[in-house]
Design a protein around this ligand. Structure first.
Ligand SMILES: Nc1ncnc2c1ncn2[C@@H]1O[C@H](COP(=O)(O)OP(=O)(O)OP(=O)(O)O)[C@@H](O)[C@H]1O
Ligand SMILES: [Mg+2]
Length: 456
């Protein structure tokens, strides 16, 4: 049974709702106005709110908006007085689940509540699945922007390195918007051969080109009344970019080989790990499309800018990996091990961290994971090191990455004894200190010297 918050300035209405719903076994909480309602939501964490439209003080619509930003997982049913239907319909457009009229009809009420609670279960599942974990200032700042833009209709361009969580952000935007019950359609522009992308995005009619042996609905159409996630948008060819721009401007799409334009009601959220400004300068990305997509830019910070999130993420992924792989008891990560994990350079960002924890759970499940267990698992194949070095784009970056990997390895070999490392490398000690400082190298915590402090 569920916890339900009843918000109405009329006490008799609240009481009669309470009577009906408590008979069904639900637990009820009451509030006479909007302010009290918002306070109660934070304390009681109800699954469902029945919300009066006309109240003194804050109106039901205002309260609805607040609930959607502060507690988007909560489902709301509007309760309308005589002649309030227009407002009620506006409210469902803003994301209320349903509305019921006064005077209350018991059966209608119960059906609506039952549907809303079923929906609440689904909504919570989606929230769990796409949860964005982290409490660092950098992440919070980004989430605040995301939550502000999500309920609007604005196009969003998400940028960030590989594995930072761009797709999670796109999902969150959908879940926090009034389109949350519509489709979320994803297109990975990098994964589709360039000559097929237009038919993929816009669809085609039978016979429009060799191989088109039947009509096909494009992704834009599939996303009707929902969100289209254009992932890796920086990898789209210039010609397709021009066509996408036209669709966005005209808000209609025409299937390849078709002649009938189809009206679109689609919100576009795009993502890329490329530097689109540089792509524009080098003539690989259209400026007009960039400005059209980049109405609201969201930059997902790389993990190294929010290293304090590592322990939370590790615990979250650990829990998940143990559940999925049936590992029990759930290993405990010691503080030293957390420090060791924080000190690693996660160039593959959150995805790399997640994979690492998964490997740890599967390959070395121990009741207690200390720093040694972490070190033992981080031995990397030369292949992945090479890959990392070769993926650098400029010569400067290549040199820096190589130096970093080389020095990290040597320092670890000599347990961060600077004198011995410098001797072995034929370097001046002072020079090595400078390098450590400039590259921001840090020692992973384990027994012996203090964390991060080189042993001279
Ligand atoms: N803050 C976070 N909390 C929980 N999980 C996260 C977080 N950030 C990323 N993840 C997880 O890390 C993995 C990578 O995230 P996601 O696919 O969203 O990244 P991306 O930026 O789209 O990566 P790519 O550039 O490779 O497409 C996913 O498994 C995702 O669930
Ligand atoms: Mg992605």
């Amino acid at each position: 049974m569920a916890r339900i918050l009843l918000v109405d300035d009329d006490r008799t209405i609240r009481d009669s709702l309470e009577l009906i719903l408590s008979y069904e076994g639900h637990e009820l909480v009451q509030a006479p106005d909007g302010d009290e309602a918002l306070r109660r939501i934070g304390q009681a964490l109800p699954e469902l709110v029945l919300l009066d439209v006309v109240m003194p003080g804050r109106s039901g619509l205002e309260v609805l908006e607040e609930i959607q930003t502060s507690h988007p997982e909560v489902v709301v049913i509007m309760v309308t007085g005589h002649g309030d239907d227009a407002t009620a319909i506006a409210a469902t457009r803003k994301g209320a689940f349903d509305f019921i009229r006064k005077p209350l009809e018991r059966d209608r009420l119960l059906v609506s509540v039952r549907n809303a609670l079923r929906h609440s279960g689904m909504r919570r599942e989606i929230f769990d699945r796409y949860r964005i974990v982290g409490e660092s200032a950098a992440l919070r700042r980004m989430l605040a922007d995301v939550d502000r833009v999500a309920p609007t209709e604005a196009m969003v361009l998400i940028t960030g390195e590989n594995g930072t969580g761009k797709e999670l952000v796109a999902r969150r935007i959908q879940v926090l918007s009034a389109r949350r019950d519509g489709p979320f359609v994803e297109v990975n522009c990098a994964a589709i051969p360039r000559e097929l992308i237009e038919s993929e995005l816009f669809g085609h009619v039978k016979g429009s080109f060799t191989g088109a042996d039947r009509d096909k609905t494009g992704k834009f159409e599939q996303a009707q009344h929902g969100t289209l996630f254009l992932d890796e948008v920086g990898d789209m060819g210039l010609e397709s970019q021009a066509k996408v721009l036209r669709v966005l401007e005209q808000r209609t799409v025409e299937r390849v080989g078709g002649s009938r334009p189809i009206r679109l009601d689609v919100r576009v959220v795009a993502a890329t790990n490329k530097d689109l400004e540089q792509e524009m300068r080098e003539g690989r990305f259209r400026e007009d499309l960039y400005h059209r997509l980049n109405v609201v830019p969201i930059r997902v910070p790389p993990l190294r800018e929010r290293i304090e999130d590592v322990p939370l993420l590790v615990e979250y992924f650990l829990e998940d990996a143990c559940l999925r792989n049936g590992v029990r008891p759930r290993p405990r990560i010691t503080p030293a091990a957390h420090e060791a994990l924080k000190a690693k350079s996660w160039s593959g960002n959150v995805r790399e961290l997640r994979n690492f924890v998964e490997r740890l759970v599967i390959l070395r499940p121990r009741p207690v994971m200390d720093a040694d267990a972490i070190e033992a698992s981080t031995g990397r194949g030369t292949e992945s090191v090479w890959q990392e070095v070769l993926e650098t784009s400029s010569f400067e970056e290549f040199k820096e990455k190589s130096e970093r990997l080389f020095l990290e390895h040597k320092l670890a070999t000599f347990h961060w004894n600077i004198t011995r490392t410098a001797d072995a490398l034929g370097m001046q000690r002072s020079h090595l200190y400078k390098k450590i400082d400039r590259l921001g190298l840090r020692r992973a915590a384990r027994g012996g010297g203090e964390n991060g402090t080189p042993v001279a």
